[in-house]
Design a protein around this ligand. Structure first.
Ligand code: F0G
Length: 458
């Protein structure tokens, strides 16, 4: 059959409160044009993030009741541990309440002010956690990753030659670890090939640098490997996942993505000395080492989620449904990041709105308009998010994108058809969109709490 259907039925529904463009215009003004400041019940289709928004399965809801809330040594922790180790067999596993907590613990322990950390592309919290230690976070994605319109099967790959040069320039002693983000979220949800993971590992091995994987979307990455990398067509997803992690010395993970859970994360590694220090830090900031800031029931939901996320029917539907949205908006000429990412469709706002220069945040202007017109909440990933450097200067980000992140197992195809229609409508009157400016911004992570206005507002 040509049609790939959702491989589930809906047992429980949540109503969406319908709103008008006039009402939403008032909401977005009240929010200072920052989509993070909206009340989410004023949003019709919420594509702000795929993080923590997954629909849990009936099996996951049932698992919650198995949660054991013992402070230490809960059976729920051991079930969680077995589920993680089935896919990512690292020696030490440290639960945390979400991905950035794992990052914070890791970099507090391993990063020093003179250090540099290479990554294909740091996610914003990863970068902020590296920089919070006074260290430098450097993105070394392949050049193809900077060209949204270019088709390439693995645009998330690390630039191996650039990594070699980087190590030579900075010196091995200044690089505590190397990271690979799968899939490469800030670079468009693009996958990293197995060959590239292997090559990155070889470079790291040659210099004695540990390799960590930011594993948030590991199952989607594995599916892309299976679909696109010669030799993996018939390999079971679980085996692809295990091979990916076999090349790493550790990982950080947000269970809010491919854990199919609403909260949770972990840090895992083989280095005992680091693990001991990380556990001490965990107890200080998150909780005891068998719950790490999570309830026992959360650990159960994650354990079941990890079994479901590697199922082939699920991944086939997941990746096809994201590609569906991209295909339909690009069919009318909307410039998008090619090919579609795993968890999100990225609209190239710089090409969508060529009359708005990057320092006037074309991505923000487009995201605001998608909300006003259709009640869709996406997220700017561009100059508003990345343009402010630690030294206070501002420069255009590599790209100005609007991310429409698709929550897992949540929206139906007709809701996605509505999204397509809204994007097409805004595309038809794109010349009327205006540039924006910050009127208030914090020094770090300004996109979360900053306030915007239109450049030509008084
Ligand atoms: N790494 C990547 C690649 C991520 O995408 C995220 C979160 C994190 C780390 C941090 O995990 O949210 O559990 O603390 N990304 C979300 C997003 C927020 O919308 O892309 P967290």
């Amino acid at each position: 059959m040509k049609t790939i259907i959702e491989p589930f039925r809906i047992k429980s529904v949540e109503p969406i409160r319908m709103t008008t463009p006039e009402y939403r215009d008032q909401c977005i003004r009240d929010a200072w044009y920052n989509l993070f400041a909206l009340h989410s019940d004023d949003v019709l289709i919420d594509l702000l993030t795929d993080s923590g928004t997954s629909t849990m399965s009936a099996r996951q809801w049932a698992s919650l009741m198995q949660g054991d809330e013992s402070y230490a040594g809960s059976p729920s922790f051991y079930r969680f541990k077995a589920a993680v180790e089935n896919l990512m067999p690292f020696k030490y596993l440290i639960p945390a309440h979400q991905g950035r907590a794992a990052e914070s613990i890791l970099f507090t322990v391993v990063a020093k002010p003179h250090h540099s950390v290479p990554n294909n592309t740091h996610f914003d919290t990863t970068r902020a956690n590296v920089e919070a230690q006074g260290a430098e976070a450097v993105d070394l994605v392949v050049p193809e990753g900077h060209h949204p319109e270019l088709e390439h099967p693995f645009k998330g790959n690390m630039d191996i030659a650039a990594l070699e040069r980087f190590i030579e320039e900075r010196g091995v002693e200044n690089i505590p670890l190397c990271m690979l983000t799968v899939t490469n979220n800030s670079g468009g949800g693009q996958p990293v090939s197995m060959e590239n993971i292997r090559q990155t590992r070889e470079v790291c091995d040659r210099h004695g640098i540990p390799l960590f994987i930011d594993a948030c979307r590991f199952a989607e990455n594995a599916w892309f490997i299976r679909q696109r990398e010669p030799g993996y067509e018939d390999t079971p997803v679980v085996d692809i996942v295990r091979e990916m992690f076999s090349y790493a010395d550790g990982c950080t993970m947000s269970a809010k993505k491919d854990g199919l859970a609403n909260i949770g994360g972990w840090l895992a590694m083989n280095n005992e000395e680091w693990a001991v220090q990380c556990r001490n830090r965990l107890i200080l900031t998150e909780g005891f080492s068998t719950y790490g800031g999570l309830a026992g029931r959360d650990l159960e939901a994650i354990a079941t989620g990890l079994e479901e996320v590697v199922q082939e029917d699920y991944l086939n539907y997941r990746i096809a449904s994201t590609a569906y949205v991209e295909r339909h908006i690009s069919a009318v000429g909307v410039p998008t990041m090619k090919p579609a990412g795993g968890h999100a469709v990225y609209i190239d706002a710089r090409r969508f709105l060529p009359h708005i220069q990057p320092l006037q945040y074309p991505g923000q202007s487009l995201a605001v308009e998608l909300y006003r017109h259709g009640g869709i909440r996406g997220c700017e990933i561009g100059t508003a998010m990345f343009g402010l450097r630690p030294d206070g200067k501002e420069e255009p980000a590599h790209m100005d994108l609007v991310r429409l992140a698709i929550p897992r197992r949540m929206y139906t195809q007709s809701q996605m058809d509505y999204v397509v229609e809204v994007v097409q409508d805004v595309w038809e009157r794109r010349e009327s969109l205006r540039g924006m400016k910050f009127i208030r911004q914090p020094k770090a992570l300004r996109h979360f709490t900053g306030r915007f206005a239109y450049v030509d507002d008084a």
